[in-house]
Design a protein around this ligand. Sequence first.
Ligand code: PLP
Length: 293
Amino acid sequence: MPLKVWYNGKIVEDPTVPITCHALHYGTAVFEGIRCYRLTGGELGIFRLRDHIDRFFRSARVLRMNIKFTREELMNACKKVVVENDLDDAYMRPIAFYNFGRIGLNVKNENVDVAVFAINFPSYLGNNAVRVKISSYRRIHPMISDPRAKLSGHYLNSVLATLEAREMGYDEAIMLDLEGNIAEGPGENIFFVKDNVLVTPSSDSILEGITRDSVIKLANDLGFEVQIRNVSVHELECFDEAFFTGTAAEITPIRQINNITYRVEASKEIQKYYMDIVRGKVEKYLNWIEIVK
Ligand SMILES: Cc1ncc(COP(=O)(O)O)c(C=O)c1O
């Protein structure tokens, strides 16, 4: 079955890019990862679509990209690819990239292509609690690039950390920031649990995840207080639990970091509540869901 992709405003089957494409050589692209769920009511709903598209435009600004489409057009494109590809639960990937063939690094005023595709994509780290290694790679620092922007080139840092962790027999990595505090996973933010307190790094080296923001907002419903602060690597022994958050990984409990093991009770409770919310079971958060018509 060909993949039907929204490409510069039209649905195109299996589009390709030329070998000279600037983004292929220099990572000059911005993207989003967004999930769509079959709701308990039977419709399809996209979780926090507008927030993802807003971040997409913010990332594009960092790369001085001129996106020729409006937020509404891109939101509709996300819905369209789910329907066109006859998907149920789905993962959507909008991407904007410099697609021109000239060699050189000044991308200003150059051609930007925009595409959105959707695929079926189960939870990124699987359904079990994961084992995690503190990476020898540090997360990109704000003096090096802008970690808050979701730029394709940043993911080289994440790929190297992932390769290292997997080669050492772990499921995932955690990167520290340049100051040595906990930053995040290669494609996930991180939370720690101590009694009824959730702690998440305030590091300015993280991508500020939309799932992280959702957990910060829903925590109180389950009786948790939230602290957003520096987390030292030496503090890891003091926590009861840890979990990752991200659109791809959803909520993934962590059962081990290096040689420290954690319980997974509160993490599972938060995971269940989050899944109820994305499936439209919690009235209070229905405004986070954009229905696909
Ligand atoms: C580096 C990084 N951190 C965190 C996240 C989680 O962000 P979100 O919850 O918005 O998907 C992602 C995924 O987009 C990511 O790539």
